[in-house]
Design a protein around this ligand. Sequence first.
Ligand code: PPS
Length: 291
Amino acid sequence: MELPPRPTLFDFHGVSMTKYFTDNWENIQSFKARPDDILIATYPKAGTTWVSYILDLLYFGEPDCRSSVPLQERVPFLEISEPSRPKGKDLADQLPTAPRLIKTHLPVQFVPKSFWEQRSRIVYVARNAKDSAVSYFHFGRMNRVLPEPGDWSCFLQNFMQGKVVFGSWYEHVNTWWDQKQTYSNLHYMFYEDLIEDSGQEISRLCSFLGLSPTAEQRELVQAKVTFDNMKQNKVTNFSTVSMMNQSVSPFMRKGRVGDWKNHFTVSQNEQFEEDFKNKMKNTALVFRNEI
Ligand code: PPS
């Protein structure tokens, strides 16, 4: 099958986007959220898949009838609209589960208003900027849904300027953080905390969602969501998606905190730190670049 060409980036209401995430815009904006929907919101590469699988297992376990259903069908990607695949919004509409788990990378100002009106619960996952940039770079290399990333130094400049799909990492994490201050049904969590102590983060998720899994269920979830198990698992490793070339870079790539050290030069790091301080000077948010 011939694959479509890479999309180009354009300015969409002040955010860099491509057609694969804006083509179905009116339908996405009129999405009818329900009070029990759970939206998993992230800037790309923050651990969306990890948290999606945790929530999916906590709510539904993995009975035989679901064991071969890929995660991208269990937890649809709301705004995606790519050739030859069902639109994320339609998959979300058709989800038979309650609650419905729905993934988005939209900046907070683009989230369909029904989620706020229905007071749906939202889990936002954030990851430090340096590892996010590295992970996003490799993802761009292997995923034809994204523009060509160019070489690492070119991609890093674009990342710092917000010239990547879904725009500025800095604005994304900050505006979602601001939203948390006024919208109480939002749980803001960090990839680094999940790496450090997934058990504790799962407990926090459970208390936010009002779930009380048994010790046995909890252990089962924790075992299934380790990096190695998710990398081997066809449900979670995106190996069935034709737009992704896993031989260029696997979707489940490293799964670590601090891989940025293998990519940033000393001078890139200095420039990044300086720019970071400036862009993040008005926030109480704290990120960990190593643990
Ligand atoms: S996407 O495409 O934006 O939805 O990607 P997303 O799922 O947000 O992020 C992918 C990165 O998360 C890592 N990952 C994990 N790390 C540790 N443990 C587990 N279980 C896990 N699952 C996914 C994945 O490897 C990507 O990070 P990198 O740094 O590229 O390895």
